[in-house]
Design a protein around this ligand. Structure first.
Ligand SMILES: [Cu+2]
Length: 283
Protein backbone atom coordinates (compact mmCIF):
# COMPACT_ATOMS: atom_id res chain seq x y z
CA UNK A 1 0.00 0.00 0.00
CA UNK A 2 2.77 2.44 1.02
CA UNK A 3 4.72 1.53 -2.15
CA UNK A 4 1.67 2.41 -4.28
CA UNK A 5 1.55 5.82 -2.68
CA UNK A 6 5.14 6.39 -3.77
CA UNK A 7 4.24 5.43 -7.32
CA UNK A 8 1.30 7.81 -7.36
CA UNK A 9 3.48 10.53 -5.86
CA UNK A 10 6.14 9.93 -8.46
CA UNK A 11 3.59 10.12 -11.30
CA UNK A 12 2.16 13.33 -9.91
CA UNK A 13 5.59 14.97 -9.65
CA UNK A 14 6.42 13.93 -13.22
CA UNK A 15 3.13 15.25 -14.48
CA UNK A 16 3.51 18.62 -12.76
CA UNK A 17 7.11 18.94 -13.87
CA UNK A 18 5.90 18.44 -17.42
CA UNK A 19 3.16 21.06 -17.02
CA UNK A 20 5.68 23.49 -15.49
CA UNK A 21 8.08 22.99 -18.41
CA UNK A 22 5.25 23.44 -20.86
CA UNK A 23 4.21 26.79 -19.34
CA UNK A 24 7.82 27.92 -19.22
CA UNK A 25 8.20 26.98 -22.86
CA UNK A 26 5.13 29.02 -23.80
CA UNK A 27 6.60 32.10 -22.11
CA UNK A 28 10.10 31.58 -23.44
CA UNK A 29 8.97 30.90 -26.96
CA UNK A 30 6.87 34.01 -27.53
CA UNK A 31 9.47 35.71 -29.66
CA UNK A 32 9.65 38.07 -32.56
CA UNK A 33 13.07 37.87 -34.10
CA UNK A 34 14.79 35.84 -36.75
CA UNK A 35 17.76 34.88 -34.53
CA UNK A 36 15.64 34.11 -31.50
CA UNK A 37 13.47 31.76 -33.58
CA UNK A 38 16.52 29.74 -34.52
CA UNK A 39 17.68 29.64 -30.90
CA UNK A 40 14.26 28.41 -29.81
CA UNK A 41 14.33 25.76 -32.48
CA UNK A 42 17.65 24.53 -31.08
CA UNK A 43 16.31 24.47 -27.50
CA UNK A 44 13.25 22.52 -28.64
CA UNK A 45 15.29 19.91 -30.50
CA UNK A 46 17.65 19.43 -27.54
CA UNK A 47 14.63 19.19 -25.26
CA UNK A 48 13.13 16.43 -27.41
CA UNK A 49 16.41 14.51 -27.53
CA UNK A 50 16.60 14.80 -23.76
CA UNK A 51 13.14 13.21 -23.52
CA UNK A 52 14.68 10.11 -25.16
CA UNK A 53 16.65 9.76 -21.92
CA UNK A 54 14.13 11.02 -19.42
CA UNK A 55 11.08 9.04 -20.53
CA UNK A 56 12.75 5.58 -20.49
CA UNK A 57 14.28 6.41 -17.10
CA UNK A 58 10.84 7.25 -15.67
CA UNK A 59 9.33 4.08 -17.15
CA UNK A 60 12.23 1.91 -15.94
CA UNK A 61 12.04 3.39 -12.45
CA UNK A 62 8.40 2.40 -12.21
CA UNK A 63 9.06 -0.98 -13.75
CA UNK A 64 11.86 -1.77 -11.27
CA UNK A 65 9.73 -0.62 -8.37
CA UNK A 66 7.21 -3.29 -9.26
CA UNK A 67 9.63 -5.95 -10.37
CA UNK A 68 11.82 -5.86 -7.25
CA UNK A 69 9.02 -5.19 -4.84
CA UNK A 70 9.09 -7.63 -1.91
CA UNK A 71 5.50 -8.59 -2.68
CA UNK A 72 6.44 -9.76 -6.16
CA UNK A 73 6.49 -13.52 -5.90
CA UNK A 74 7.98 -14.06 -9.39
CA UNK A 75 11.17 -12.13 -8.76
CA UNK A 76 14.47 -13.87 -9.26
CA UNK A 77 16.95 -13.74 -6.41
CA UNK A 78 20.58 -13.73 -7.60
CA UNK A 79 22.95 -12.67 -4.78
CA UNK A 80 26.11 -13.60 -6.69
CA UNK A 81 25.39 -11.50 -9.75
CA UNK A 82 28.32 -9.13 -10.40
CA UNK A 83 28.39 -7.79 -13.95
CA UNK A 84 26.72 -7.68 -17.32
CA UNK A 85 28.28 -6.65 -20.60
CA UNK A 86 24.88 -5.83 -22.01
CA UNK A 87 24.06 -3.37 -19.22
CA UNK A 88 27.57 -1.88 -19.33
CA UNK A 89 27.28 -1.36 -23.10
CA UNK A 90 23.87 0.27 -22.83
CA UNK A 91 24.85 2.68 -20.07
CA UNK A 92 27.96 3.78 -21.96
CA UNK A 93 27.05 3.66 -25.64
CA UNK A 94 23.67 5.43 -25.44
CA UNK A 95 25.00 8.46 -23.50
CA UNK A 96 27.98 8.70 -25.87
CA UNK A 97 25.63 8.74 -28.88
CA UNK A 98 23.32 11.32 -27.27
CA UNK A 99 26.15 13.61 -26.18
CA UNK A 100 27.67 13.39 -29.68
CA UNK A 101 24.35 14.34 -31.30
CA UNK A 102 23.96 17.19 -28.77
CA UNK A 103 27.44 18.52 -29.48
CA UNK A 104 27.13 18.42 -33.26
CA UNK A 105 23.73 20.14 -33.32
CA UNK A 106 24.73 22.77 -30.72
CA UNK A 107 28.05 23.51 -32.39
CA UNK A 108 26.57 23.91 -35.87
CA UNK A 109 23.63 26.05 -34.76
CA UNK A 110 25.79 28.25 -32.54
CA UNK A 111 28.26 28.74 -35.35
CA UNK A 112 25.49 29.65 -37.81
CA UNK A 113 24.12 32.19 -35.32
CA UNK A 114 27.36 34.16 -35.05
CA UNK A 115 26.12 37.69 -34.21
CA UNK A 116 28.52 39.28 -36.69
CA UNK A 117 27.19 37.19 -39.55
CA UNK A 118 25.09 39.05 -42.13
CA UNK A 119 21.40 38.12 -42.25
CA UNK A 120 19.78 38.28 -45.66
CA UNK A 121 16.67 40.40 -46.18
CA UNK A 122 15.29 41.96 -49.32
CA UNK A 123 15.51 45.50 -47.96
CA UNK A 124 18.35 47.95 -47.56
CA UNK A 125 20.42 47.34 -44.43
CA UNK A 126 20.11 49.98 -41.73
CA UNK A 127 23.24 50.80 -39.81
CA UNK A 128 23.15 51.98 -36.21
CA UNK A 129 26.15 52.84 -34.03
CA UNK A 130 25.71 51.97 -30.39
CA UNK A 131 27.81 53.38 -27.56
CA UNK A 132 27.41 52.20 -24.01
CA UNK A 133 27.98 54.83 -21.34
CA UNK A 134 27.69 54.96 -17.53
CA UNK A 135 24.76 54.02 -17.42
CA UNK A 136 22.85 54.52 -20.60
CA UNK A 137 22.88 53.66 -24.30
CA UNK A 138 23.61 56.14 -27.06
CA UNK A 139 22.31 55.24 -30.51
CA UNK A 140 23.64 57.07 -33.55
CA UNK A 141 22.16 56.86 -37.05
CA UNK A 142 25.13 57.72 -39.29
CA UNK A 143 22.90 58.00 -42.39
CA UNK A 144 20.68 60.60 -40.77
CA UNK A 145 23.26 62.18 -38.42
CA UNK A 146 20.88 61.96 -35.50
CA UNK A 147 21.14 60.23 -32.14
CA UNK A 148 19.06 59.18 -29.19
CA UNK A 149 19.58 57.97 -25.69
CA UNK A 150 17.91 54.82 -24.38
CA UNK A 151 15.59 54.52 -27.37
CA UNK A 152 16.24 53.00 -30.77
CA UNK A 153 13.83 52.44 -33.66
CA UNK A 154 14.07 50.02 -36.56
CA UNK A 155 11.73 48.90 -39.36
CA UNK A 156 10.51 45.28 -39.36
CA UNK A 157 11.79 42.63 -41.78
CA UNK A 158 14.87 44.72 -42.45
CA UNK A 159 18.45 43.76 -41.73
CA UNK A 160 19.82 46.00 -39.01
CA UNK A 161 23.53 46.21 -38.43
CA UNK A 162 24.57 47.42 -35.01
CA UNK A 163 28.16 48.61 -34.59
CA UNK A 164 28.78 48.48 -30.88
CA UNK A 165 31.43 49.92 -28.60
CA UNK A 166 31.77 51.26 -25.09
CA UNK A 167 32.94 54.64 -23.92
CA UNK A 168 33.42 53.29 -20.42
CA UNK A 169 33.78 49.78 -19.06
CA UNK A 170 32.58 46.60 -20.70
CA UNK A 171 28.82 46.18 -21.16
CA UNK A 172 26.68 43.85 -23.18
CA UNK A 173 24.06 44.75 -25.77
CA UNK A 174 21.04 42.49 -25.51
CA UNK A 175 17.41 42.52 -26.71
CA UNK A 176 16.15 39.25 -25.20
CA UNK A 177 13.12 38.76 -27.46
CA UNK A 178 15.16 39.20 -30.62
CA UNK A 179 18.10 36.98 -29.81
CA UNK A 180 21.82 37.31 -29.76
CA UNK A 181 23.78 39.37 -27.30
CA UNK A 182 27.19 40.90 -27.84
CA UNK A 183 29.72 42.73 -25.72
CA UNK A 184 30.27 46.47 -25.91
CA UNK A 185 33.97 46.87 -25.26
CA UNK A 186 36.13 49.98 -25.01
CA UNK A 187 38.46 50.43 -27.98
CA UNK A 188 36.72 47.67 -29.92
CA UNK A 189 33.95 47.59 -32.49
CA UNK A 190 31.65 44.59 -32.32
CA UNK A 191 28.98 43.85 -34.90
CA UNK A 192 25.51 42.45 -34.38
CA UNK A 193 22.91 41.73 -37.04
CA UNK A 194 19.22 41.46 -36.17
CA UNK A 195 15.90 41.18 -37.95
CA UNK A 196 12.56 41.90 -36.27
CA UNK A 197 9.58 39.99 -37.56
CA UNK A 198 6.79 41.87 -35.79
CA UNK A 199 6.27 45.50 -34.91
CA UNK A 200 6.19 46.42 -31.25
CA UNK A 201 8.09 47.71 -28.29
CA UNK A 202 10.99 45.55 -27.17
CA UNK A 203 13.01 45.77 -24.01
CA UNK A 204 16.76 46.03 -24.31
CA UNK A 205 19.37 45.85 -21.62
CA UNK A 206 22.98 45.36 -20.72
CA UNK A 207 23.54 41.78 -19.66
CA UNK A 208 26.96 42.48 -18.23
CA UNK A 209 27.27 43.96 -14.74
CA UNK A 210 29.01 47.33 -14.97
CA UNK A 211 28.65 49.11 -11.68
CA UNK A 212 26.28 51.06 -9.49
CA UNK A 213 23.76 52.32 -12.10
CA UNK A 214 23.79 49.15 -14.14
CA UNK A 215 20.35 47.91 -13.07
CA UNK A 216 18.66 50.88 -14.75
CA UNK A 217 20.76 50.69 -17.89
CA UNK A 218 17.81 49.72 -20.05
CA UNK A 219 16.61 50.87 -23.44
CA UNK A 220 13.53 50.57 -25.62
CA UNK A 221 13.61 49.18 -29.12
CA UNK A 222 10.72 50.30 -31.30
CA UNK A 223 9.98 48.18 -34.34
CA UNK A 224 7.78 49.83 -36.98
CA UNK A 225 6.02 47.83 -39.67
CA UNK A 226 6.00 50.67 -42.20
CA UNK A 227 8.64 53.02 -43.55
CA UNK A 228 6.44 56.06 -42.98
CA UNK A 229 6.18 55.32 -39.26
CA UNK A 230 9.92 54.81 -39.08
CA UNK A 231 10.61 58.03 -40.96
CA UNK A 232 8.24 59.99 -38.75
CA UNK A 233 10.24 58.78 -35.74
CA UNK A 234 13.40 59.94 -37.52
CA UNK A 235 11.73 63.31 -38.11
CA UNK A 236 10.90 63.65 -34.42
CA UNK A 237 14.61 63.29 -33.69
CA UNK A 238 15.50 65.73 -36.45
CA UNK A 239 13.22 68.37 -34.96
CA UNK A 240 14.84 68.07 -31.53
CA UNK A 241 16.34 71.22 -30.06
CA UNK A 242 19.35 69.46 -28.57
CA UNK A 243 22.52 68.78 -30.51
CA UNK A 244 25.48 66.55 -30.00
CA UNK A 245 27.67 68.69 -32.20
CA UNK A 246 30.88 68.88 -30.24
CA UNK A 247 33.18 66.93 -28.00
CA UNK A 248 32.18 68.96 -24.93
CA UNK A 249 28.54 67.89 -25.19
CA UNK A 250 29.54 64.29 -25.49
CA UNK A 251 31.71 64.61 -22.40
CA UNK A 252 28.63 65.72 -20.47
CA UNK A 253 27.00 62.46 -21.43
CA UNK A 254 29.97 60.58 -20.09
CA UNK A 255 29.39 61.83 -16.56
CA UNK A 256 27.98 58.78 -14.79
CA UNK A 257 24.27 59.19 -14.20
CA UNK A 258 21.68 56.76 -12.92
CA UNK A 259 18.28 56.41 -14.57
CA UNK A 260 18.91 58.76 -17.48
CA UNK A 261 15.71 59.56 -19.37
CA UNK A 262 15.43 59.16 -23.12
CA UNK A 263 16.83 62.04 -25.13
CA UNK A 264 16.91 63.00 -28.81
CA UNK A 265 19.68 64.81 -30.67
CA UNK A 266 19.03 66.34 -34.08
CA UNK A 267 22.67 66.63 -34.99
CA UNK A 268 25.71 64.52 -34.23
CA UNK A 269 29.23 65.54 -35.12
CA UNK A 270 30.87 63.23 -37.65
CA UNK A 271 33.30 60.53 -36.53
CA UNK A 272 31.98 60.53 -32.97
CA UNK A 273 31.76 56.74 -32.99
CA UNK A 274 35.28 56.29 -34.40
CA UNK A 275 36.66 58.85 -31.93
CA UNK A 276 35.24 56.87 -29.03
CA UNK A 277 36.93 53.71 -30.26
CA UNK A 278 40.23 55.48 -30.92
CA UNK A 279 40.43 57.27 -27.58
CA UNK A 280 41.45 53.96 -26.00
CA UNK A 281 44.34 53.44 -28.41
CA UNK A 282 47.84 54.88 -28.03
CA UNK A 283 48.53 57.98 -30.09
CU1 LIG B 1 36.23 41.42 -24.32
Amino acid sequence: MIKNIYVILFCCISFFTFIFLEIRRKIMFSTYGYIRDKENHLILILFLIMLLVVVPVIIMTMYFMFKYNENNKNKKYCPNWNSSYIIESIIWIIPIIIVTIFSVISFNTTKSLDPSKYIQSNRKTIEINVISLDWCWLFIYPDYKIASINEVAIPTNTTVKFNITSSSVMNSFFVPNLGSQIYAMPGTKTKLYLITKHSGIYKGMSSNYSGYGFSNMKFTLLAFDSDSKFLSWINILKSSKTFLDNRKKFENLQIPKINRKKEYFSHVYPDLFENIINKFHCK
